[in-house]
Each structure stands twice: as C-alpha cells, then as structure tokens.
Design a protein around this ligand. Structure first.
Ligand SMILES: Nc1nc2c(ncn2[C@@H]2O[C@H](COP(=O)(O)OP(=O)(O)O)[C@@H](O)[C@H]2O)c(=O)[nH]1
Ligand SMILES: [Mg+2]
Ligand SMILES: [Zn+2]
Length: 296
C-alpha cells in the first residue's frame, strides 16, 4: 500500500499522485456502496495493480475542506493580484484574507505583472507607501513577481514543495500565467484581458490539483463566494492582524473602532501606522457583519 493524494476524478476513475507519478485508480467495492465522495486533495492509500493502475483502499480524515472550489487538506492559499492592469481590487484581497484565515489556511500574497508596473512607474519611485509594503508591514508573506520575465518566480517555487496550494484571485490577475511560469512542463490556457470590459475571460473551469514545483497546486477561478464568514461583530478586528495586536489598547473593551472615543486603532490610523485603505475596508466589512448578524 502506498500513500497518495487525489488529483481529480474523471470518467469514473480517480487520478492519484503517489511516489512521484500519477495512478489511474478505481474504487474498492465498499466505497462504491457507501457512495463516499472523494474530492481533490484527499489523502488516500492505494494498492498498485498493474503498471499505472491501482485501487483506492482507504481515505484519511480530512484536515480541512475548502468549499467553492472544493479541495481538501489545503495548506496554503496563494492570493494572486496584478500590481497593474487590472488595478488590484484590495477590497477583494482583504475579503479573501479573512476567508482564508478563518479556514485556518496560510495566506501568501503574490502581486504579479511586476514588469508592467515597473514600465509604467519608470525609475522614479511612486509617492506614498507601495501596496506591497502595506501588506508586508502587517506581517503577511508578500511576493512581487513577473511571470513574463521570471523575476521572483523561484522564491514562490520553493514555497510549494510538498504542500497543497490553491491559487485564488480575480480573473485576469495572472493565476494561470503564474502556474505556467512555475511549471514549465505544463501549459494552461491564459486569457487575454478584453479591452472592452477590462475583465478577464473565464478560461479556468474544472477543479483539479496539478503537480507543480514539487507540490500540488489548484488553479481555481477564485473563491466564488465573496461573503464574509459567519462571525460576531467583535471578532472582525481579530481578522486584521494590525488591529489584533492593539486589541487591549482602546478605552472601551467593547470598542468596534468606529465612532468610539479614545480608540487605539483610530490613533494608529492618524499616525499612519494603520493604512487608511485597510481601515476603510474594516468599516465596510463591519457593516456587512452587523447586517448578517441580524439574520441569524
Ligand atoms: N506583462 C505581464 N503580463 C502578464 C503577467 N502575468 C499575466 N499576464 C497577462 O495577463 C493576462 C491574464 O493572465 P492569466 O494568467 O490568464 O490570468 P488568470 O485569469 O488569473 O488566470 C494574460 O494576457 C497574460 O499574458 C506578467 O507577469 N506580466
Ligand atoms: Mg486562469
Ligand atoms: Zn478601538
């Protein structure tokens, strides 16, 4: 028996990655009877039969399950946003960071199209703090890469080894291009951004894990649910690491960092220690969380 990870189910078979190669697996009778559902990322034991054929003998309890896309045992989410074209939707990035953190999955932020960004901004550094530095200063792992020139790609590759990762982010951000840069052997379709709408076409459909830089990666169309996870209003600030470290410094224990006096978060906003963009998003999300609280 050997351990493997399910990559995808297709045409009545399951494809399992084990011992450095892909096995075409069928199910043991008892799994068929129980109507057990298998999803990409499931850790399974397989019994080799002939050549690259095997049967799935057992499945190990899932550590976590990500829904939409449905993948089990995810170690990390690589949140992919373009530095330019399209302009990064930081509201979406902050939303994904909350969803991922809530699911206890490690986020890695990757800003793509560094080549284009450099071209546009020239040699003179732009005014103010770069967005990449905003997230880096909070303590997130942030990479700036170009899938076109290959700059920064090797630093991400080492992060993938022996892990199950999902790529998430808006269409057109460069997820498929990043995957291709990370795995020269496989080439996924990449979509041109249509000039009319400036929205990328949806060229990524089904969910499957693919072997990439010594790990397994799913190129997903992005988390389709943009709703924040169910939580109490007081819990939202804990999803913002730079707020969480100032947890006990507000005058009121129940401070929601909105209209309350002597608020440590607003003080940090004044001194520039907290980014106004992040604070704005916090207030938007706070409204949503309070709205959702009323419904249950
Ligand atoms: N200049 C430049 N263009 C890129 C880069 N990454 C992706 N693109 C382009 O951006 C468009 C969308 O990329 P794609 O990988 O399909 O994005 P996805 O929708 O997130 O999978 C394509 O036209 C790519 O060629 C990059 O690093 N630099
Ligand atoms: Mg794609
Ligand atoms: Zn406060």
């Amino acid at each position: 028996m050997i351990d493997g990870v399910l990559l995808k189910g297709y045409g009545g078979f399951y494809y399992v990655y084990a011992e450095g190669r892909v096995w075409e697996c069928s199910l043991r009778g008892r799994f068929r009877v129980k109507d057990q559902d298998f999803i990409p990322g499931d850790r399974v034991n397989i019994l080799p039969e002939q050549e690259d054929k095997a049967t799935i003998e057992s499945v190990i309890t899932r550590r976590n399950v990500l829904s939409r896309p449905t993948i089990a045992n995810v170690d990390q989410a690589i949140l992919v946003f373009a530095m330019t074209s399209p302009k990064p939707d930081l509201n979406l990035l902050d939303r994904l960071l909350i969803q991922v953190t809530d699911a206890e999955i490690e986020p890695i932020i990757v800003f793509t199209k560094l080549d284009k960004y450099k071209e546009e901004s020239g040699t003179a550094p732009k005014e103010g703090l770069k967005i990449t530095d905003v997230y880096r200063n909070i303590g997130y792992t942030v990479f700036e890469v170009s899938s076109k020139t290959g700059q920064g790609i090797a630093d991400i590759a080492v992060r993938l080894t022996n892990k199950i990762s999902v790529l998430a982010g808006p269409s057109g951000a460069g997820k498929s291009s990043l995957f291709n840069a990370l795995s020269p052997g496989i080439q996924l379709k990449t979509g041109e951004i249509s000039n009319k709408s400036k929205r990328g076409r949806h060229t990524t459909r089904h969910v499957e894990l693919m072997v990439c830089s010594g790990g397994l990666v799913a190129d997903t169309p992005g988390f389709s649910s943009l709703f924040l996870p169910e939580m109490k209003r007081a819990e939202l600030a804990d999803c913002f690491p730079e707020f969480a470290i100032r947890r006990n410094q507000c005058r009121f224990n129940s401070c929601l960092h909105d209209k309350e006096p002597n608020c440590a978060i607003k003080a940090a906003l004044e001194t520039g220690e907290i980014s106004p963009i992040r604070y704005d998003h916090y207030l938007i999300f706070l409204k949503e969380v309070i709205e959702a609280e009323r419904k249950y």
